[in-house]
Structures are given as C-alpha cells and as structure tokens.
Design a protein around this ligand. Sequence first.
Ligand SMILES: C[S@@+](CC[C@H](N)C(=O)[O-])C[C@H]1O[C@@H](n2cnc3c(N)ncnc32)[C@H](O)[C@@H]1O
Length: 318
Amino acid sequence: MCKFFIGFSYFIYHVSRFFLHFFSMTESIKESRKSVIEDISDGERFSISLIYDEVKELEELRNIFYKYVKNCVLPSTASSSYYDGCDCEDDCGSEDCGCKSTHGFFYVSRGLNTIFLQSTSILPNISIYECNSNCSCSPSICPNRLTQHGVSLPLQVFKSDSGCGWGVRSHMRKIRKGEFVCEYAGEIIKTDEARRRWITAKEKNEDNYILCLKEHVQDRVLRTNIDPTHIGNVGRFINHSCDPNLQIFLTRINSLIPTAALFAKRDIEINEELSFDYAGGMNDNNDNMQEINTNVERKKCLCGSQYCKKYLPFDQSL
Ligand SMILES: C[S@@+](CC[C@H](N)C(=O)[O-])C[C@H]1O[C@@H](n2cnc3c(N)ncnc32)[C@H](O)[C@@H]1O
C-alpha cells in the first residue's frame, strides 16, 4: 500500500486502526499534502482507508460521524433469529438446502448470480435470504452467507472530484461484476424519527444520509429507514449516480428487517468512484423507494452521467 501511494508522490502516515483515536492524532500531520488513515473501520475483515488533504476536513467529519458500525443497528425489539435454519451438513452445497430451496439461489462463486443484475427495477421484487443463526452449516465456509461477513474488499474514502464531498473507491484491486462490496449500514429508525431528523438536517443545511427502502408486498408497503449520519459504515460515503456501478439489494439474515447490500453492477476499475442509484433504479414517476416531492427544494445531481436526471432522488413521504 505504501508503494502505491509513494508512486503518486503522496506523503503517507500510518496511524491507528481505531477510528475514534485517529482524530486525536491528526494535529501532528498538518503539514502533509495528502494523508492516509489506514483503517477507519472498527474491525471489518478488510481495512477501510481514508485519504484527505487537510485536518479541517477530518474535524468536519468528526462533528457528524461519531461511530463506525459493521452492520445496521437494529431496534432492541428486533428478533435475532426470526427464520428457520437449514440442517445442511455439507455446507449448503446441495439443491436440498432448506434455506436455498425455500428462498432462492442467489449466490455463485462468492458473488451475486449476475442474472439478478439485469433488471434495473429489482428492489421491490427480490429479497436475498442468507443462512442464519438457526442453520447448522458452518458460517465460515457456507456459500450462502456473504453480506453477513461485512465488507469484502479494501475500500478507500476520499474527496471526490465531482463536488459531492467524500466518496468511496477500491484503490487496491478491480471489482468484478456481481461482487458484494458493502452494506449501507446505519441506525434503523421509524419514519417519524426519519422525518424529524431530515427536517433538522435541512434546517442546518446539512447533507441527507437517510435511505428509505420500500418493499411492496401485495397491497402493503414495508418501509425501512436507514440513517448512517452519525453511526454507520463505509456505505455512508458512497455517492449517487444516475448511471451507477453498484446496485442495491435487500438481504435478510436473522431479522425481518432487511439490510441494504451493494453489489457491483459491472466490472469496476481500480480507483473508479463507486456509486449507486439512491432511487434504486426506479423511475421518478413510479411509487418507488425514493420519490419526488415537487414542494421540496431538491438538490442538484452532480453525477455527470449522460443519463443524469438533474436532481437527487428524494422520498416525498419524509
Ligand atoms: C450518503 S451521502 C454520500 C457521502 C457524502 N458525499 C459525504 O461527503 O459524506 C449523501 C450526500 O452526498 C451528496 N451527494 C451524493 N451524491 C451526489 C450527487 N450525485 N450529486 C450531488 N450531491 C451528491 C449529497 O449531499 C447527499 O445528501
């Protein structure tokens, strides 16, 4: 990693793995042009580095983002083992696996089966179910457990050239189509609380991080609000694009409450900025995950894609 950055004439600093600790160390590295925090995550399998120009940028971030969590923070009432488990002794290799035969076969070669990436409006129809804590298979080798292990490759948080603030990229290796990248993890909150937080952020002219997921189940809409503003994972730094390279899928492991998992929609180059469609690939006119509210002053989209819809998606029920 050192060699890589020195090649680009950056000054590198190796600092603590601990996210909270790194902020207190930044005073000593003021002179550098570009500096790197090697790992801001709290124990992800792969380190999440952060590269920055000025200490001021870190201080601004510290004022908002308090705590890194690997997975969503669920309400205390959420059950920890809602689903029945399979009784596979061959680590879910066979078609008879209770989980896969009940819920579907989603993964191949430690990635998402790419047939699921062909649809652009996939969110309302598909939920991925992984093996859970009631299963008898081995968590470390079961191929039906992917997103539950957390970030699957070393990612880097950096200041994006697009003018969107922080962004995320894979700085060590390419990402292959179908590969799981990370969850969009944060606090799971009720809609009233999401509305209250959104209004407060708007009054203070702060960014909105709340992702509202809506699943249509017969005539009902199941809604999940994820807020990573203060407590979240690397997903909170990923920007929106109208022509994204990641796609969001709902996954369920132990709980009825889904998580939002981001998979590569196509092969992604080293250092290419990661992005997903905050509207989940749905048209703005549909009753979808993030909708238009013409009464709200909406934020201009800076994704720069030829398919840009000019404004960031917004959920009008907030
Ligand atoms: C989930 S955060 C992404 C990380 C954020 N850039 C940061 O600095 O922390 C979402 C916020 O980033 C900004 N953003 C993301 N994508 C954008 C885009 N395509 N155009 C303009 N702003 C964008 C908006 O301010 C949005 O509320």
